[in-house]
Ligand binder design. Structure first.
Ligand code: DGY
Length: 329
């Protein structure tokens, strides 16, 4: 049977999909394997099942000469050198099934920041709720409904965010490198450039994949174009925002704030200056972290892996075009 290395503990549902077809070696410890541990475990494998934060580069692929498939249990696959994999004939798959889950979370970030839920809940826990008065509350928030939401990247997740925004009576504008069909039904307006969108939006939310064209898409210049009352939301990838520039903009109160689920280095180092600010909300990359979707993602990942080992069309393969194959072949 072909050998599979699984770089983290996996659900039983997914293991049940894999074990009839492959011999499984699964990492069992709490913390993910180090680079060295990963390199040691891939020498004779044909399939690798991995999570979005583990780096899979050409050196790792060279250490696994029999590798046929990298099944990534994430929708984002910026952790994988897809070009290097394709050159070696290695199939790469992802899990594009968490648009609604991530969109729900994006809205949670918007509402939590704007209505100051974390600060006020913590204040209450610390015994700080001393009075109730309409104007004199310690932490008044800001409205969300009827505000303008600027979406950068109207793919699956951006679209799911736009649908939710309509329920909040927001004006939704978007920028994408490709103008999308169905704008009227979705209730979105296309803005042909990001500077204009940044200047019009009360909330700017990012939903692009991380690649060389989107790294530091939001830097000092872009932040300077946002409204002084603007709020930046990022549940995509940390590298899409220049974190140093974000720190400077927030420190100077150039924008109202930011609510981010992702950082350039994850987990965020405890001495990161962003952690010293009072106008940022940071969550630990949990946009796709519900029990239900994690089980579904694990099964989808396992199915792609098994299909590749059986030589069948691979669901959610991201590099057929680079391998010179097509999905129905
Ligand atoms: C993804 O799937 O890319 C998420 O960010 C990880 O949960």
């Amino acid at each position: 049977m072909p050998k599979v290395y699984i770089g983290n503990r996996l659900t039983q549902e997914a293991l049940d999909v894999i074990t009839p077809y492959a011999e499984v070696n699964m990492w069992q410890k709490e913390n993910p394997p180090t680079r060295e541990e990963l390199l040691r475990n891939v020498a004779d494998i044909e399939a690798l099942l991995i999570w979005g934060l583990a780096k899979v580069d050409s050196a790792l692929m060279d250490a696994a000469p029999k590798l046929k498939v990298i099944a990534n249990m994430s929708v984002g696959y910026d952790n994988i050198d897809v070009e290097a994999a394709s050159k070696r004939g290695i199939i790469v798959s992802n899990t594009p099934i968490l648009a609604d889950t991530t969109a729900d979370f994006t809205f949670a970030l918007i509402l939590t920041f704007a209505r100051r839920i974390v600060e006020t809940a913590n204040l209450t826990l610390r015994g700080g709720w001393k009075k109730w008065s309409p104007l004199d509350m310690p932490l008044l928030g800001w409205e969300v409904h009827h505000k303008t939401l600027g979406i950068i990247g109207l793919g699956r997740i951006g679209t799911a965010v736009a649908k939710r925004a309509r329920g909040f009576s927001m004006k939704v504008i978007y920028y994408d490198i490709i103008r999308k069909p169905g704008e009227a039904e979705l209730g979105v307006e296309y803005i042909p450039d990001t500077p204009t969108l940044l200047g019009m939006s009360d909330f700017v939310t990012l939903h692009v994949p991380l690649d060389s064209s989107t790294r530091h898409l939001i830097g000092a210049k872009e932040l300077s174009l946002m409204k002084p009352t603007g709020i930046l939301i990022n549940a995509s990838r940390g590298g899409v925002v220049d974190q140093k520039a974000l720190y400077e903009a927030l420190k100077r109160k150039q924008i109202r704030g930011a609510a981010i689920d992702v950082t350039e280095v994850e987990p965020i180092p405890p001495d990161d200056p962003l952690l010293t600010l009072d106008n940022i909300l940071i969550t630990p990359h949990i946009g796709g972290a519900t029990r239900e979707i994690r089980v579904k993602m694990s099964i989808v990942t396992a199915e792609s892996l098994v299909a590749a080992l059986k030589g069948e069309p691979v669901p959610n393969c991201v590099n057929y075009h680079l391998l010179g194959k097509n999905e129905s072949s």
